[in-house]
Design a protein around this ligand. Structure first.
Ligand code: NAD
Ligand code: MG
Length: 401
């Protein structure tokens, strides 16, 4: 990479699906950045120790204080065995925010945390001036106005395959030349089923995604199409277009990662085999291209790509999210928080698969739902979120009754 000094990377969510793949990219392309620090939840101490030995970050942060000792012990003993000085160690949510905000212009923060807990680290990274490679779509969905206002033009590079595809398709296109975006969806493991065929779905079935291997929440969200609902809103904020100019199409092969239709009637698509390392490497290295980053499509072999509309009667998440987005006032924060609670309830066996979007709808339609206006800032937004989580947990038993 160009530049006068070595670029630093803070990797938030290092032990997850995106985090581990980001470290694979860094191992193959060490010129991209030097790993400055990692933040993790703390459930996988042995993996953190391995990562520290392989990449030697200066800082390790564990967000969950109750898991910090176990992680620190694993890291220390691994470093001692190798004769290495241990990294600086911190614990707690504030320490994650501190790491996210500790770099500067010319550096990069990859936010690969799951859930709206990624919002404050996102805002801290933006305030620091570093590039934000954003996998944590929830922070943009929940705090869309705050996040886009805090971001300098081009400061956020999406690490969501659909959005990296759109960003690539938009190279050389002016904003006023865009007619609409077309976000592709695999359709998830239950594509083609009707509502009555979804009543008995188990968590194990929901976790069997046909084309992508990802963390638990996003995999469940892909089965309910909540993930696509979040992505419509993410695209709307990332590319400054109203939600009605973000279409969704089901494309089961997951090869065309998304498209842009221009005012002159041309549609530009980005295509590559499904591999998140492509999106991660694109966002870390942009505007450079990493040679051999991912396997390219081979058009010498016959293949067919298919496209079909979403069955919105069976999968109502996208419609719910569009309505929440049009309403604004923290409704998207409510949507997302209710979903996060619903996914937990589904895995705990307290909520059925169809109960997930039923719960989101019930919390959104609650007569006493508070509002938070964008101008109010982050605290009122977090208060609305906390209300939505409490209300969702209270409503779960009534939905199953
Ligand atoms: P994951 O559950 O596999 O990993 C989450 C990581 O975050 C883990 O390392 C965990 O320890 C860490 N973590 C949890 N809470 C934390 C906290 N408070 N502070 C710091 N670290 C914390 O999730 P994932 O599948 O890698 O997804 C991460 C994000 O990327 C999500 O927002 C997801 O929607 C998005 N995304 C993922 C994929 C994918 O292929 N996995 C694709 C597109 C977008
Ligand atoms: Mg995606």
């Amino acid at each position: 990479m160009t530049g006068t000094r070595e670029r630093r990377l803070a990797l938030l969510g290092a032990t997850g699906s995106i985090g581990t793949q980001a470290l694979e990219v860094l191992t193959r392309f060490p010129e991209v950045a030097r790993l400055h620090g990692i933040a993790v939840g703390g459930t996988r101490p042995a993996l953190v120790a391995q990562q520290v030995l392989a990449h030697r970050p200066e800082r390790v942060v564990v967000s969950d204080p109750s898991r910090a000792d176990a992680v620190e012990a694993a890291v220390r003993s691994a470093c001692t065995a190798e004769g290495l000085a241990p990294a600086r160690f911190d614990a707690g949510a504030d320490a994650v925010v501190d790491l996210a905000g500790s770099l500067a212009d010319g550096d990069v923060v990859l936010n690969a945390i799951t859930g709206s807990v990624g919002l404050l680290p996102t805002l801290a990274a933006l305030a620091s001036g570093a590039r934000l490679a954003l996998a944590n779509k929830e922070s943009l969905v929940v705090g869309g106005h705050l996040v886009t206002e805090a971001a300098a033009p081009g400061q956020i590079l999406p690490v969501d395959s659909e959005h990296t595809a759109i960003a690539q398709a938009l190279a050389g296109v002016r904003h006023d030349q865009i007619d609409h975006l077309v976000v592709t969806a695999s359709g998830g493991p239950f594509r083609g089923r009707r509502r009555d065929q979804l009543a008995e779905v188990t968590p194990e079935q929901a976790l069997a995604h046909p084309t992508w291997s990802m963390g638990r929440v996003i995999t469940t969200n892909s089965a309910t199409l909540v993930n696509k609902a979040l992505e419509v809103i993410e695209a709307s904020f990332q590319f400054a277009l109203p939600e009605e100019r973000v279409q969704v199409v089901v494309h089961p092969q997951s090869i065309v990662h998304s498209m842009v239709t221009l005012v002159d009637g041309a549609t530009i698509a980005q295509a590559s085999p499904p591999d998140m390392r492509h999106a991660i490497g694109w966002a870390l290295a942009h505007p450079e291209k990493l040679a051999g980053l991912a396997t390219a499509l081979d058009f010498r072999a016959a293949q067919s790509w298919t496209f079909e509309p979403v069955d919105e009667e069976t999968f109502d998440a996208i419609d719910l999210a569009r309505a929440a987005h049009r309403e604004g006032g923290g409704a998207m924060a409510v949507f997302n928080a209710a979903n996060e609670e619903a996914v937990d309830g589904f895995f705990a066996g307290d909520l059925s698969f169809l109960g997930i979007t039923a719960l989101i709808r019930a919390v959104l339609e609650h007569p006493r739902r508070p509002r938070a206006l964008p101008a109010d800032g982050v605290e009122p937004l977090l208060a609305v979120e906390a209300w939505a989580r409490r209300t969702a947990r209270q409503l779960i038993p009534s939905l199953e009754g």
